[in-house]
Design a protein around this ligand. Structure first.
Ligand code: SF4
Length: 337
């Protein structure tokens, strides 16, 4: 347990948490929406700090981060809790589980990452915003030890915490669901408003963090091509057409078992739409087959990938070896350990 960052004390022993856009006002003895920040005697504590529920070694491509440190392995950690309540959560045993994980200090997490042969650490599986203090302390030590740090996040975080951790973050994947359609997110994820997600993406970009965007397409309820087009337009006009974009296939899980997996044709339609609007790096997730990266200028294959595994990186000092154009692939100073 550690005193939380980003909160203020109010009258009558209440506190206001300013970490995420819920901005919960919490009475003494109560917890915020995420279930892991508790007001004890007028002080807000992060209960996540001593509750690491999973550690695992993954390919960085599994996050998914395709244009960042390709071919490396990342030490993935999480704690229970989430500030969203997705009815279809693929990791619901972790995100909605009780506290009761292991107490692992930031130093020990970094040691574990280094001894596993990982090139970096990913704060993932559940929402890293809600275990911010653990991620923040760990990320600082990880950088001192030459490891990268990446967030796999729903982007539901306030600007100030983004700015504070950004110097220690190297890559971020922001997970949209249903292309950010507000009605869908309200009903299926309990999200009060989507605007803060766009704001946090801008903050990550402005801070110089490599950003990729994913969009889980859920058949029947979250597969509107109009919403997908809106998301593509927002990306291309804001962060830009070089932002990697992943369309993910939905599989029934948790409380949504009556919706079938996303048809591959729907995902292809989204990919073709994004490419027709000039997006340069568009991928499909949870779909078998080739998923390589090509130079936007000449079409030369610059990263060869089979599903989520990089098998070859063909770059010349960050440029296409065929035409010499620069490409948006970050973190090339980290190679597989
Ligand atoms: S991090 Fe948790 S306690 Fe803080 S505002 Fe968000 S949901 Fe509420």
């Amino acid at each position: 347990m550690k005193e939380a960052m980003f909160y203020e004390k109010l009258d009558e022993g209440k506190v206001k948490c300013n970490l995420c856009p819920w901005n919960c006002v919490i009475d003494e003895g109560d917890r915020g929406v995420c279930g892991v920040r508790e007001n004890r005697d007028g002080i807000l504590y992060s209960l996540s700090y001593d509750n690491v529920s999973s550690t695992n070694l993954d390919p960085i491509e599994k996050k998914p981060l395709f244009n960042f440190a390709p071919g490396t392995r990342t030490y993935s950690i999480c704690t229970p809790g989430c500030n969203w309540k997705c009815k279809y959560c693929q990791n619901w045993q972790l995100s909605q589980g009780d506290l009761g994980g292991r107490s692992i200090s930031p130093e020990k997490i970094v040691e574990g990452a280094k001894s596993s042969g990982a090139s970096g650490i990913s704060y993932t599986y559940t929402e890293p915003t809600i275990f911010y203090e653990l991620a923040y302390d760990t990320a600082k030590i990880a950088h001192e030890n030459g490891l990268y740090n990446t967030f796999v996040t729903n982007g539901f975080i306030n600007p100030e915490p983004v700015r504070e951790i950004a110097p220690y973050l190297d890559g971020v994947t922001v997970d949209f669901k249903g292309s950010g359609n507000e009605d869908f997110l309200k009903e299926f994820a309990g999200v009060p408003t989507v605007e803060p997600i766009y704001t946090s993406i801008k903050e990550y970009f402005e801070a110089g963090v490599h950003v990729e965007i994913t969009d889980l397409i859920v058949p029947r309820v979250g597969d509107s091509m109009e919403s997908t087009e809106d998301l593509i337009d927002w990306i291309s006009e804001g962060p830009g057409v070089d932002t990697p974009l992943h369309f993910l296939r939905f599989y029934p899980a948790y409380r949504v078992k009556d919706i079938p997996p996303t048809p591959v044709e729907t995902l292809m339609e989204a990919k073709e739409l994004a490419e027709s609007k000039g997006m340069n790096y568009v991928y499909l997730g949870n779909v078998p087959g080739e998923n390589s990266t090509r130079c936007p200028n000449c079409g030369h294959e610059i990263i060869t990938r089979r599903m989520s595994r990089t098998v070859a990186v063909n770059l010349d000092d960050g440029r296409c070896p065929n035409c010499g154009d620069p490409v948006n692939v970050a973190g090339l100073n980290w190679t597989s350990g």
